[in-house]
Design a protein around this ligand. Structure first.
Ligand code: KG4
Ligand code: ZN
Length: 348
């Protein structure tokens, strides 16, 4: 029997994504991003994102059908991000997915966006070893997860207590006069800098902090330290060594992200680490994660960059896992849940 064909719809932030997945195989994947419309505001504007989803959803569905060589009538199930995310943005995807499921008379799976990020990896590397520790780093999230079953059993070990890692990149970029989104620009600037030029703080790593926040992250102290360091130079009329600041900042983020992820693997006796989210595009983060995993005997899985950022493929991939495991579909009146907890992988 052929594996079921699942349509995935993502609209939790600024990317409208639609994709077809059969089993663990990606057949078509189209993403429309409204990132340029947010650039002049230096961050995602929820109302602008919702409007863009409304405009982009139907063309994105059509594009995914074309790319996959399938019609909507071919699908066996619809999966949609039902949370967490921006309420208005989520509503567009959820309402569309409900309409499709109802009109096609197919089961609907409301899935958790964070678990879907982790699940993207099965499209590149096959079934996820379980348990896996997953580190999710993007503009909206910084979470350390223990994944015992990707379709039903995900535990949050820690998360950021203030800014997300990507947000810190975006804010520091602004201070350095670099455009939004800041991550790629910081990375480019850092290439010519010395990562050990300035010793920026590593948040929540002191012995006292580790007692309460062993696997949590904090980036606002780091951001403030960078701002203060740059301002002191400016007040003194000295040039700001942008490359060194960028490299030292990038190093501090990569250091604390990977250090806690490896510690979590040790703590839970897990031999597999998976990393996802837009910040995973960062080459220093990837390299440091690889070095530290090699040293610790942990195997590292990182999907290709396109699957690290928000897309419909990861949603379809997680829906497909649920269908394959025979899980009960969500109800057709499932809500868009902007604060859906990580532990809830599937909406009821
Ligand atoms: O996953 P994503 O595309 O969107 C969500 O936030 O969900 O992540 C976007 C974030 C932005 O904050 C951006 O600055 C950051 O990922 N980013 C990077 C890099 N590329 C994107 N951060 C560091 N280095 C990069 N190369
Ligand atoms: Zn995301």
């Amino acid at each position: 029997m052929t594996e079921p064909l699942v349509l995935g719809v993502e609209s939790s932030c600024d990317e409208t994504g639609v994709a077809f997945v059969r089993g663990n195989t990606l057949l078509g994947d189209v993403v429309a991003s409204s990132v340029e419309q947010h650039a002049r505001f230096g961050g995602v504007v929820p109302e602008v994102a919702s409007r863009a989803h409304l405009e982009e959803l139907v063309p994105t569905i059509r594009g995914a059908c074309r790319e996959a060589g399938h019609e909507l009538a071919d699908i066996d199930a619809v999966a949609v991000t039902s949370g967490p995310g921006l309420a208005g943005a989520l509503m567009v995807g959820v309402a569309s997915a409900k309409a499709l499921a109802w009109a096609l008379d197919k089961p609907l799976y409301g899935v958790n966006h964070l678990a879907a990020h982790v699940c993207a990896d099965v499209l590149d590397h096959g079934p996820l070893p379980e348990p896996t520790v997953a580190l999710l780093v993007s503009g909206g999230h910084t979470n350390l997860l223990l994944v015992r079953d990707i379709a039903s059993d995900v535990v949050e070990l820690g998360s950021t207590i203030d800014d997300a890692a990507g947000e810190a990149f975006d804010k520091v970029a602004r201070v350095l006069g670099l455009p939004y989104p800041g991550g790629p620009h910081i990375e480019r600037a850092a290439a010519d800098g010395d990562p050990s030029a300035i010793r920026f703080p590593r948040g929540l790593t002191s012995r006292k902090d580790l007692k309460r926040h062993r696997f949590d992250y904090s980036f606002s102290g780091l951001k403030t330290a960078v701002v203060r360091w740059v301002q002191e130079r400016e007040f003194a009329g000295e040039p700001v060594p942008v490359a060194d600041v960028a490299a030292s900042f990038n190093e501090a983020v990569a250091d604390v992200l990977t250090r806690k992820a490896i510690d979590a693997c040790h703590e839970y006796g897990v031999h597999d680490l998976q990393i996802g989210g837009g910040v995973t595009a960062n080459s220093r983060l990837r390299a440091m994660a690889q070095e530290r995993c090699d040293a610790a005997g942990i195997s590292l899985r990182v999907p290709r960059v396109r699957l690290c950022t928000d897309n419909g493929a990861m949603v379809a991939a997680l829906g497909s896992q649920m269908v394959q495991r025979g899980l009960r579909p969500s109800s057709l009146d499932l809500p868009a849940d902007s604060s859906m907890p990580v532990s809830q992988v599937k909406a009821d």
